[in-house]
Design a binder for this molecule. Structure first.
Ligand SMILES: CC(C)[C@H](C(=O)O)[C@@H](O)C(=O)O
Ligand code: SF4
Length: 475
């Protein structure tokens, strides 16, 4: 048999109808639901008098709108309150499990799926949310869908899809200390652009990826969509299996061993051919900071804000001009001289336990600069609890960080956590678009370690000069 990629294997296992000139009909193994993109889908079902086909393969949580303070149970925002109560009512009526605000399992949809063991290798996973690509870290085929597709999946547990092309992104060699998964994906997007992945599903390979924890792999896959890809995934290995062992919805006992046997077979075969291959050398990747208004507009901590002449294409020069203005930055400004007023450690990109450990390692015994307001928002209530048990919460609080409940928070301005116009935020999230963290807010995307260091110094600093171990790699 011809060697195959993991992408082709999962696709083939899930096609239930294939006709010339039509998209394939795929079976969906897991449908994750949140409050923002589901109300109309449920309304559609009701109007057509349909049921949810597989409530047992559907799981809901509240994340985007929820306040992450004690205001949690009395949202003042009318739309938010409506969307949350609609989700509660819909889940009740259609018998869907919901991690509501009282649940210890509540959190950002892309954090709780993996942590509960719902996310597993070989599954097709969809959610009305673009960062569903996160789940690909487990060797699942996971992608975001629109609200009409949410309705289709609720009603039929299937989805019409054109088969995307495949791409290998190979990260060659090991990473240096102080360089994290966030720097890797930001550098990939910088090098290849915000649309290099269009029409493709990416498989990330190479020594740097294999050396990463599941949390770091999730950070990489999470931002596949920021490079334009439909999805991103990583062939499963022992790191994947040991992460999943003992999770609430993981198979148990002998079933787990059988599952591992099946999961092992999913990995891309030696000699399998991708439609496109790109390569990047890990040693070239340094701590990275975005200076502009899309995730490709980044430079290393050693650089300056680029000059218009640095761009060869006219469209990039124009985009840069506009970004300088929005960001209030002059070309040539050294990155380590940019002062920030806010720090946000959170979001489905970087709010898992290892992210908080990484940030806490830098914060320990230090104080947040008096000019900075800093937030840590754990991705889930489980992460919050674990961080409290490990003493990380105390480290953050003693340093002057606000310690919050789980939610999307400052990642996007759909809840009370916003950055005021004209102010700057060092953020561990994934999007730096105009207005993303609030009207006129200026976002700089960074790793958790870089965000933590910025909180202490009030500006960007090179974490490699702080002589600490980041992500388990020695200084
Ligand atoms: C609100 C939701 C539809 C949106 C998405 O799909 O990504 C959000 O999660 C985001 O990150 O912008
Ligand atoms: S944390 Fe941010 S990127 Fe992730 S789902 Fe929430 S809003 Fe979207």
């Amino acid at each position: 048999m011809a060697p195959k990629t993991i992408i082709e294997k999962i696709w083939e296992q899930h096609v239930i109808n294939q006709e010339e000139g039509k998209p394939d009909l795929l079976y969906i193994d897991l449908h994750l639901v949140h409050e923002v993109t589901s109300p109309q889908a449920f309304e559609g079902l009701r109007l057509k008098n349909r049921k949810v086909r597989r409530p047992d393969l559907t799981f809901a949580t509240m994340d985007h709108n929820v306040p992450t303070t004690s205001e949690r149970f009395q949202t003042k925002d009318e739309i938010a309150a409506k969307q949350m109560s609609a989700l509660e009512k819909n889940c009740q009526e259609f018998s869907i499990k919901l991690a509501d605000l009282h649940s210890p399992e509540q959190g950002i949809v892309h954090v709780i799926g993996p942590e509960l063991g719902l996310t597993q290798p070989g599954k097709t996973i969809v959610c009305g949310d673009s960062h569903t690509s996160t789940h690909g870290a487990f060797g699942a085929l996971a992608f975001g869908i629109g609200t009409s597709e949410v309705e289709h999946v609720l009603a039929t547990q299937t989805l019409w899809q054109h088969k995307p092309m495949t791409m290998q992104v190979n990260v060659v060699g090991p990473l240096s200390n102080g360089v994290s998964a966030k720097d890797v994906i930001l550098t990939i997007i910088k090098k290849h652009g915000i649309d290099f992945g269009t029409g493709h599903i990416i498989e990330y390979t190479g020594e740097a990826i294999r050396g990463m924890s599941m949390e770091e792999r999730m950070t990489i896959c999470n931002m596949s969509i920021e490079g334009g890809a439909k999805a991103g995934l990583i062939s499963p290995d022992e790191v994947t299996f040991s992460y999943l062992k003992g999770r609430k919805y993981s198979p148990t006992g002998e079933d787990f061993e059988l599952a591992v046997g099946r999961w092992k077979e999913l990995a891309t075969d030696e000699g399998a051919v991708f439609d496109k291959v790109v390569e990047i050398r890990a040693e070239e990747i340094l701590p990275t900071v975005t200076w502009g208004t899309n995730p490709s507009m980044s430079v290393t901590i050693e650089d300056t804000v680029p000059f218009p002449e640095d761009f060869s294409r006219d469209v990039d020069r124009k985009a840069a001009q506009r970004a300088y203005e929005y960001m209030g930055l002059a070309p040539g400004t050294p990155i380590n001289e940019i002062q920030i007023q806010h720090v946000f450690i959170g979001s489905c990109t970087n709010s898992r336990i290892s992210d908080l450990r990484e940030a806490a390692d830098i914060i320990r015994g230090q104080k947040v600069a008096p000019t900075v307001r800093a937030l840590v928002v754990p991705g889930s209530q489980q992460v919050k609890q674990q961080a409290e048990a490990e003493g990380l919460a105390d480290i953050f609080k003693e340093a002057g960080f606000e310690w919050r409940d789980a939610g999307c928070s400052m990642c996007l301005s759909m809840n009370p956590d916003v950055v005021p116009a004209g102010e700057r935020c060092a953020s561990t999230s994934n999007r730096n678009f105009e207005g993303r963290q609030g009207k006129g807010a200026r976002t700089h995307l960074v790793s958790p370690a870089m965000a933590a260091a910025a909180a202490i110094y009030g500006r960007f600093v090179d974490v490699r000069t702080l002589h600490i171990t980041v992500s388990g790699r020695e200084a």
